[in-house]
Design a protein around this ligand. Structure first.
Ligand SMILES: Nc1ncnc2c1ncn2[C@@H]1O[C@H](COP(=O)(O)OP(=O)(O)OP(=O)(O)O)[C@@H](O)[C@H]1O
Ligand SMILES: [Mg+2]
Length: 349
């Protein structure tokens, strides 16, 4: 379940404005990836390239052996059915109630009877926690509900790939936490490959299996979460830790003067914060892309920041580490003493 998306050497410009060039990454099948980047770096443009709404100048996007950039409109229309997309603003039709909004792709793309449509729409509305709001218009519900309605609509065609553009913009922290949990649960239930564009550092630190960062017209880095979360690379560090100090300024790049001023002020980047455990599905299952906490660091000889991979304070008895350690193939390496950073598996007292 879920399909791999392989992007190679992708370049996109509008006129003479290069948005990004030579972007290469692979979204592993069934895993959740997050794409970060300062505002205006072309994250939304990247998603639109993935579904063929925009054409890149160069490069390829390979899904199930097809290069999307070379497909005819007719074949592209077929391949697009693999995707479920939640656009930045939810993109609901204002004059249609939620039921009709969510039913829209089914009525448009399939020949299902209205009773089948109803079964699917009810199911997806239940999944995103919107049961009972069928007759509401988008203008009558909160921003968080609109996002969830957009998500339900993105799911009705049983997508293999789910693209989500800033699901958390305009949401309060509690609703953001709920929608993040919803992504992890959905990913576990439907097994689709997820790519989530976000500005929310907490989301980036806990939701994905992989993280990418677009910066200065390039993909600065893409890889397993532990690689990015333990990275000393200044841009990655600054972004993932939401710091003002570092190479990224208000208008994307700081000038030499600003950086020099920071250097002269003796500013050093604060130590890396601990790597948190990933969010787990609520139904007690493991994630599709789940690996034991610390496995990437260990395999690559990287010492994670002190205090990494522990249950957050106050989550008594969540047995997070025990569940994380259920991932297949995980055995604690022989001869390795437990320490603060790799206390695994940990038994709750
Ligand atoms: N259809 C278009 N024609 C011309 N320029 C465009 C088009 N779409 C986007 N752009 C430009 O591409 C750049 C990247 O835009 P994009 O919306 O992808 O940024 P973003 O990273 O999603 O930003 P944000 O985080 O604010 O949503 C911007 O400079 C924008 O003006
Ligand atoms: Mg955007």
């Amino acid at each position: 379940m879920g399909v791999e998306v392989k992007v190679e050497g992708l370049t996109k410009s509008f006129g003479r404005q290069v948005i990004w060039s030579d972007v290469s990454l692979t979204l592993p099948a069934g895993e959740i990836s997050v794409l970060l980047g300062p505002s205006g770096t072309g994250k939304s443009v990247f998603l639109k390239n993935l579904i063929g709404l925009l054409k890149p100048d160069r490069g390829s996007i390979t899904i199930q052996g097809n290069d999307l950039t070379k497909l005819s409109e007719r074949k592209l229309y077929e391949v697009r059915k693999l995707f479920g997309v939640l656009f930045q603003d939810g993109a609901l039709f204002g004059s249609m109630n939620l039921y009709d909004n969510i039913a829209f792709p089914l009525r448009e793309h399939t020949r299902k009877s209205e009773s089948e449509v109803k079964r699917i729409v009810d199911d997806k509305m239940e999944m995103v926690g919107l049961a009972g709001t069928e007759r509401k218009l988008p203008g009558e519900i909160s921003g968080g509900m609109r996002k969830r309605a957009g998500l339900a609509r993105a799911l009705v065609l049983d997508p293999e790939i789910v693209l989500v553009d800033e699901p958390d913009s305009g949401l309060d922290p509690v609703r953001t936490a709920y929608i993040n949990q919803l992504f992890v649960d959905l990913n576990q239930q439907i097994g689709a490959t997820f790519l989530i564009v976000t500005h929310d550092v907490n989301t980036a630190r806990t939701v994905p299996d992989n993280i990418g960062l677009l910066y200065r017209r390039h993909l600065a880095m893409f890889g397993p979460r532990e690689m990015l979360l333990s990275s000393e690379e200044p841009v990655v560090r600054q972004f993932l830790n939401a710091q003002r100090q570092g190479p990224i300024g208000m208008s994307e790049e700081k000038d030499v003067g600003e950086l020099e001023a920071e250097r002269q002020a003796g500013y050093e980047m604060p130590p890396l914060p601990p790597i948190a455990l990933q969010l787990l599905p609520t139904d007690g299952q493991v994630r599709a892309g789940q690996r034991p906490p610390g496995a990437w660091c260990q395999a690559n000889g990287v010492t994670p920041p002190p205090g990494s991979f522990q249950d957050p304070p106050g989550v008594a008895g969540s047995a997070g580490n025990a569940r994380h350690a259920q991932s297949s193939g995980w055995t604690k390496p022989a001869g390795r003493a437990d320490d603060d950073t790799l206390a695994l598996p940990r038994v709750e007292g």
